[in-house]
Design a protein around this ligand. Structure first.
Ligand code: DGL
Length: 270
């Protein structure tokens, strides 16, 4: 397929997790052309070094710049923590990152006990430490839990197996023991297992993420620079370097905004 969109918003993740962010962006900005890059062959990022992730980002950005991208979204908390400052130094384009919803959680918690489920990479990053530092002064206790192994299930299209449920119970139980009233989903992949998480923790605990906030941020940034596309119905071009034979099937499971035209490009190897 030779379709290549110009003047697009690029969304990048280690795999399909950022499709949660894609859903919000494509619904908030229905006229924008979007290019999504899933670095599936290198997922998960959660256990990789900052240097390794930054090198992947450089390659992906260079690939996307051949496609006339106007704004980049790192729909990945892990990649944001590992590489966003280097990316902003190297590329003079608007780059919007993601971070766990610590600020909104600090506003909505009633009992000041907040759980954060994120990748090991995000939780051990200096960026995350600084974020927590900013909000822990309000007497809020943040309880962190690395979700090691969860991304692999989601990458395989599994959002409800017994194995996944057991692993989640193992990770969520320590947070429940802390009596949390708010749970932050600090990894874009986890949005796809929100229902399963809810089944385990119950309806009383609020589950939050930053997808809508990021979509609003993208909109405002485009508005400010006068580069918002307002005329046509936007299209989505999806690139993945996955070797899985059923990757197309997995991707369609996670594509929720049926209004926009969706093109699977595949075969992206860098
Ligand atoms: N979806 C990503 C995040 O938000 C990365 C998950 C991974 O590759 O480990 O952190």
């Amino acid at each position: 397929m030779t379709l290549t969109l110009s003047n697009s918003v690029a969304i990048i993740d280690s795999g399909i997790g950022g499709m949660s962010t894609l859903t919000y962006i494509s619904k908030t900005l229905p006229s924008e052309n979007i290019i999504y890059v899933a670095d599936s062959n290198y997922a998960p990022y959660g256990g990789k070094s900052d240097q390794e992730i930054t090198m992947r980002m450089f390659k992906i950005f260079d690939f996307l710049l051949t496609k006339k991208t106007k704004l980049f979204v790192l729909a990945c908390n892990t990649a944001t923590a590992a590489s966003i400052s280097n990316l902003r130094e190297k590329y003079s384009y608007p780059i919007i990152g993601m971070e766990p919803a610590v600020k909104p959680a600090s506003k909505i918690t009633q009992n000041n006990e907040v759980g954060i489920l994120a990748t090991a990479g995000t939780l051990k990053s200096a960026k995350f430490a600084a974020l927590l530092d900013t909000y822990s002064h309000d007497d809020i206790n943040f309880h962190t839990q690395p979700g090691v192994g969860l991304v692999e299930f989601i990458e395989n299209g599994d959002t409800g197996s017994e194995e996944l449920r057991s692993l989640l119970i193992k990770y969520l139980n320590p947070l429940l023991k802390e009596n949390i009233d708010t749970l932050i989903l600090g990894c874009t992949h986890y949005w796809f297992i929100k229902d399963l998480i809810k089944e385990i923790i119950g309806d009383q605990i609020q589950i939050i993420d930053t997808n809508q906030a990021v979509a609003n941020h993208v909109k405002n940034t485009l508005l400010e620079s006068n580069s918002l596309n307002q005329t046509n119905l936007g299209r989505v071009e999806f690139w993945s370097n996955s070797n899985k034979s059923n990757i197309k099937e997995i991707i369609s499971k996670y594509w929720i905004n049926n209004n926009a035209e969706f093109n699977f490009m595949g075969n992206w190897q860098i």
